[in-house]
Write a new protein. Structure first.
Length: 149
């Protein structure tokens, strides 16, 4: 659906303003779709992101700072999110023997199984969105990278 129809307006300052609103609307739409799916696993989007990051380094643990640097939402309270994942037995925390301020976070077998189950069945996956080609997806990524540069 076109952004004009979604927002029920045709009044934009210019095409760049329209593009910015379209990006924000689409990001929110995707996040709502993902959050609805993750809720069935009792996970937040940020918790899923941490599990995904840890899976990328598995079996090597990461520090809290390393995880935070790789987060999509860098404003997240990573320590609180990790504590919730620890309570769910998806991660473990290990204090460094030489520096107690340094904490290593490791994915447990339960966490590894969860991230694989969630990722393999994610409605927003490798084939999403179905109505754009791989070439168009590459072009979109290039344009979004340009927006952030």
């Amino acid at each position: 659906m076109k952004i004009e129809e979604e927002l029920k307006t045709t009044k934009f300052n210019n095409e760049k303003h329209k593009a910015m609103l379209s990006i924000l609307f689409t990001a929110n739409w995707l996040e709502n779709k993902i959050n609805g799916y993750l809720k069935t696993f009792d996970l937040s989007h940020q918790q899923y992101n941490i599990l995904r990051i840890l899976k990328g380094s598995y079996p090597t643990p990461l520090s809290v700072l390393d995880i935070k640097a790789r987060m999509i939402d860098r404003m997240s309270n990573v320590s609180r999110l990790i504590e919730k994942l620890k309570q769910k037995k998806m991660v473990t925390r290990q204090e460094d023997s030489t520096d107690r301020r340094l904490v290593q976070i490791e994915l447990t077998q339960e966490g590894l199984q969860m991230i694989e189950t969630v990722s393999n069945n994610m409605p927003v996956s490798q084939d999403f969105p179905e109505n754009i080609s791989l070439e168009e997806a590459t072009q979109l990524v290039t344009l979004l990278d340009k927006v952030r540069s």
